[in-house]
Design a binder for this molecule. Structure first.
Ligand code: EPZ
Length: 426
């Protein structure tokens, strides 16, 4: 298990290109299961989650050809196996997004039920409710979801839940509805840019979809879908993480391949606390020249503030001037980074799903443990701002969602070394 040794205190400066979005690429790759013919995707990031998805798609009869430049070619050549095994699903919860495409195309899907994870319970009841509304019969057997449907029939479906809309639930139901008979209307659909990107890919495959990006998506079923080419959108969470990296080190970083229109809530908060965010040709510059101010943040479904940037902003606000408040409304338990940031000297007080942050002048380096993807990113950010040495252990979590993050941050002036760590040292 690798760890990062971070020497804090350097300012980041320079230019970095943001990679294609992991969370857009995963459902898009799954949607290739719907196509008769090859699909070519550009800008698919090199990440362990993408690797797991490629393994799963191969098991499901898809040939997968990946080029070093991020081009991935997918083509279904054998539709016999429709079983996403627990071994693969437990490694990556997002495997659930093969459920809708398999059901619609092969009339049968067996997908292991994803368990909870470090960020809390993550049920899939709304996915199943949506597919049942389309006519699927769903059973549970041996921990697997079994979905069957001779034909799917379009209908009106409400996909809202106690925590708002569901991103992968919308992806599953929208994908399945493309091959249903008649018209499907999804109400309370997720509006995330990743859902819009999936819809655009499905449209390129011949699907008839309107309203994507709004809470009401309409899908007119078609008989079949063909292969298509598609460029994956830039990763807004990676971009947001680099924005915080620049701000937390009082740096000046230029991001290429960034969509600020996907990052309105985060950009608004950065500006509110004193970070300079300037849009320019195809990119943005993020700079910070003074101590930042405190603020309050509540995570919400898009276009609200993204839960996937909550931990990184907590790291940033821990050195802002004054008291900040962060409330988590999507995953109320997504706070494993609180105890670890406290080890670096952050003054954090958790009350239910709210954390009050009393900004300190400086964080002090210490050994800390990564727990989930975004919490790990927050620890790396805090380590770059801290005085002295921070060791972040178990960085395999960060490798799931950030490609070579230490090399990319180092190219901007950070001082991060990856060390292979033995079990004994842990
Ligand atoms: C996606 O997960 C992302 N994953 C997550 O990113 C992200 O945190 C999340 O959306 C919210 O933005 C991918 O895109 C691969 P949800 P998803 O269904 O779709 C509840 C990261 O760090 N819910 O939108 O699984 C759920 O518990 C990851 O990259 C139900 O109750 O999330 C949560 O409270 C982590 N029943 C809320 O809805 C359901 O059937 C939103 O979850 C489904 C969800």
């Amino acid at each position: 298990m690798d760890s990062f040794v971070i020497e804090g205190g350097t300012r980041l400066r320079g230019t970095i290109r943001i990679n294609g979005s992991k969370n857009a690429a995963l459902p898009i790759m799954s949607a290739a299961l719907l196509a008769n013919g090859p699909c070519n995707l550009q800008d698919v990031p090199t990440l362990s989650d993408i690797q797991h998805q490629m393994t799963l798609l191969r098991e499901l009869g898809c040939t997968v050809d990946r080029q070093p430049d991020g081009h991935v070619k997918l083509e279904v050549t054998d539709e016999k196996n429709s079983h996403a095994r627990y071994d693969l699903v437990r490694k990556m919860r997002a495997s659930i997004c093969v459920l809708g495409p398999l059901l619609a195309k092969r009339k049968y899907a067996r997908v292991s039920m994803p368990g909870g994870c470090a960020i809390g319970d993550r049920p899939v009841d709304i996915h199943l409710r949506g597919l049942e509304a389309l006519g699927a019969v769903i059973d549970l057997d041996g921990g697997d979801i079994i979905a069957r449907a001779d034909k799917l029939v379009g209908t009106e479906i409400f996909l809202g839940g106690n925590f708002g809309s569901t991103v992968l639930g919308t992806a599953n139901v929208m994908s399945a509805a493309t091959l249903a008979q008649g018209t499907t209307i999804i109400e309370s659909a997720a509006c995330e840019p990743e859902v819009v990107d999936l819809a655009n890919f499905l449209i390129a495959m011949g699907a008839k979809i309107t309203g994507h990006g709004s809470p009401r998506i309409t899908i007119e079923g078609v008989k079949e879908l063909h292969g298509a080419n598609h460029q994956v959108i830039p990763d807004r969470i990676e971009a947001g993480t680099f924005m915080v990296a620049s701000a937390i080190t009082n740096g000046e970083v230029h991001l290429q391949n960034v969509r600020l229109d996907h990052l309105m809530a985060a950009t608004d908060k950065l500006r509110a606390i004193g970070v300079i965010v300037e849009k320019d040709n195809g990119g943005a510059t993020i700079a910070s020249i003074r101590r930042l101010e405190a603020t309050s943040i509540t995570t919400q479904p898009h276009p609200g503030f993204p839960t996937d940037l909550q931990a990184q902003f907590m790291a940033l606000l821990s050195i802002a001037d004054g008291n900040s408040v962060i409330t988590e409304k999507i995953y109320p338990d997504r706070f494993l980074h609180v105890a670890e940031l406290s080890r670096l000297g952050a003054q954090l007080h958790k009350e239910g799903s709210t954390v009050i942050i009393h900004g300190v002048k400086r964080l002090i380096g210490a050994p800390v443990m990564a727990s989930d993807l975004r919490a790990s990113a927050a620890l790396v950010l805090a380590g770059m701002a801290a005085k002295g040495t921070t060791t972040v252990m178990r960085v395999y979590h960060i490798d799931r969602g950030y490609e070579k993050i230490e090399l990319r941050l180092n190219s901007l002036g950070a001082n991060i070394t990856r060390k292979a760590q033995t079990e004994l040292e842990l």
